[in-house]
Every structure is written in C-alpha cells, then in structure tokens.
Write a protein that binds this ligand. Structure first.
Ligand SMILES: [Zn+2]
Length: 357
C-alpha cells in the first residue's frame, strides 16, 4: 500500500459480510460490490434460506450471471443454520468448495431469520462437525428475548450463549459479525486467534442518535442497532488498531424504500456503493490510513486461509456528493429506490473506477 495526502493505492479489498438479496435486486447489489471488492461472503438469509449445497450453487450462479462484464468477482457462499440441518450437508458443501462458512441467526433476530435457531444446544452436532473440519461459524450475536433491552442484546448474547458455546467447542473458528459494543470489542480482542469480528462502516459513523434525529429515521435502522457514542468510539479504535482479529464486513443490507418506510420498517443499511470511501474517511480521521489496507484486504483472507488479492484499487482525495437514491429496475417501465448510506452527504475520498491492471 502507498498513500499520500492526495492518493491511496491498496490491495483490492474483500467484503467479509454482505447481503446481495435476489431477483431484480441482484444487478444493483452485485455491481455496487464488484466495482471495488474482489470477493464477498454472501449471507444466506434469502426469503427461502440457503440450506442446501444445490441452493447455494444455484444462488452463486445467479450472482455470477448478474456480475457486469469485465468485473472479476467471486461470491463466497454460506449455509443458513437451522435445527434440522444435517452435518453431512455442511461437510459436503465445505469440502466441495461451495460453502466457505455457515451462518447462525438466533430465530427472529433480523431479516428472514424466522427459521433460525432457538436453542443453541440443538445444533451441537453441527458445531462439532464444523470444529473438526475447520469450517468457520459466522454469528449474528444478539439474543431475541423481549425482556432484554434492545441495546443490550449483543452483550447478553456473548455472556449467555457465546462464552458457553466456546467452552463446548474451543477449537471452533468464529466470526462475531457486525459488532456494535465496547464489550464485543473487548471479548474478541482478548479471545484466541480463532475468534474474529467484522465491523461495518455505519457503526463507525453513526451512534443511536442518528435514528431519532428530528424524527424517526428508518434509513439508519439496522440490526444490531447502533449504540451509544462510547461504543462507536470503541469500534473506531478497534477497526484502526491494526489488530488482525478485526476486519472489514459491510453488512450492506438493502431494502426497497417502501419496506424501510412502512409502519414496521425493515432493518438494514445499503452501504456498499460507497463502502471503501466511507471506511477511508474513518481511518483518515483516526490518523490510521496506513492501517486501512490490512483491515480491508489482508486480515480477512488470512483468517479464512485464502490468498491475498493480487490487484489494487486507488482512492483519490476528491469530494463526491452521495446521491439520494439508487434505482432498482423492476422491468422496462418501472423502477424502485434504494437509499445508500451517506445519502446527500459529501465524502472526501473517491474511488477510481475498477481495479488497477
Ligand atoms: Zn448481516
């Protein structure tokens, strides 16, 4: 990596946590990721979750078919864990190079998670297999109990479920996804090298006030929800610390405008269109631009045991105004809207299009 006050060239990054959705949405989501990221770990929580090797292969094909000509992009597929999933399915998918990992959603914790797991003990045989074959477990780490305050759900999950799980499976590789609290930072930081965490751009930029700024702002509602300012500061410190256990995962999770704005608005922030620029701004503000490449392009592949990307991308110091909407074409006549993270704001860095040859 080399950087000057005006220009950063870094090894092409990967996104280690991404929701591409399906159908009409794929053209937009895939293009916005593939323009900068070489690979992405694709979440399996479609309307019909990805629970078989065949479904993952077919979803991967739809993603590749939606990748613009000339862009090199590798989707890394995940399995959606349910209490009924057989260990043999995970093992087969992992050994065949289809599944890179499996995702654990506590039942009803977020979008399309109704078929997630209610009792973690019920998947012990899956975890045993994953531990023995070295397959990473990716966790949405929140309890769903209604008697636990929504802002405490990550911390309670770590204490109540993750700690005992790691006692039962001490050699299991785990990524605690999209962490949001200083307690999660501390937990990952002090755990073994088999435990890592992804950090999103939005949790580095906003605290919970963003959701209530002059009214109810559904564009800033995501799960886990943004927390108090002190947690945001802890996340910024972790992301820019140069510690290999923290790496890039956008959790970009688009919902059409109508679903964000309903009386029960969906959780998720569509940040992929300006994700790298957004992270760069944080690293610059923290005086850590020299650590951006490791966070974005090195620690993830090292954790997953994959090669580093060969190509590079360049950001230049040039203001750009983020548009209010990104269009999703439904058919030739109609389109719908997605609101990108940072809509209407000016970002200080701009990506030069396409990886350098
Ligand atoms: Zn997610």
């Amino acid at each position: 990596m080399n950087h000057s006050p005006e220009r950063i060239t870094l090894r092409q990054p990967d996104d280690w946590h991404l929701h591409l959705r399906d159908g009409d949405m794929l053209n937009v989501t895939v293009m916005n990721t593939a323009r900068v990221f070489r690979r992405a770990v694709v979440m399996p929580n479609l309307t019909v979750p990805i629970t078989t090797v065949e479904a993952a292969v077919s979803y991967r094909k739809r993603i590749l078919d939606s990748t613009p000509v000339g862009m090199a992009f590798t989707p890394l597929m995940t399995a959606y864990i349910t209490s009924n999933l057989c260990p043999e399915v995970l093992e087969k998918g992992f050994r065949n190079g289809v599944f890179i990992a499996a995702k654990l959603y506590p039942a009803n914790s977020t979008t399309n998670s109704a078929q997630g797991v209610s009792d973690l003990r019920s998947i012990d045989s899956l975890l045993e297999t994953m531990e023995s074959i070295g397959m990473p477990l990716l966790i949405h780490g929140e309890v769903v109990d209604r008697d636990v305050d929504v802002f405490d759900r990550e911390v309670v999950f770590i204490e109540r479920h993750l700690v005992p799980l790691l006692v039962r499976f001490p050699r299991l590789k785990v990524v605690l996804e999209h962490i949001t609290t200083e307690q999660a930072v501390e937990f990952v930081d002090t755990s073994s090298s088999k435990i890592a965490a992804t950090i999103t751009p939005h949790h580095l930029h906003i605290n919970r006030n963003a959701m209530f700024d002059g009214g109810l702002r559904s564009d800033f509602f995501c799960l886990p929800v943004a927390k108090r300012e002190r947690h945001r500061l802890a996340l910024r410190k972790a992301a820019t610390s140069g510690k290999a256990c923290f790496f890039l995962g956008t959790d970009s999770a688009p919902h059409l405008r109508a679903f964000k704005e309903s009386s029960c608005g969906c959780a998720g922030i569509f940040n992929s269109p300006y994700a790298l620029e957004s992270y760069a701004e944080v690293f610059e503000q923290e005086g850590a631009l020299d650590r951006l490449e490791a966070f974005a392009s090195e620690y993830g592949p090292v954790f997953y045991g994959l090669p580093l990307n060969e190509q590079s991308v360049t950001l230049i110091k040039q203001n750009q105004v983020v548009p209010d909407f990104v269009e999703v074409l439904r058919n030739e006549q109609t389109s719908e809207k997605l609101v990108p993270f940072h809509a209407g704001e000016t970002l200080r860095w701009t990506l030069l299009m396409g990886p350098n040859k």
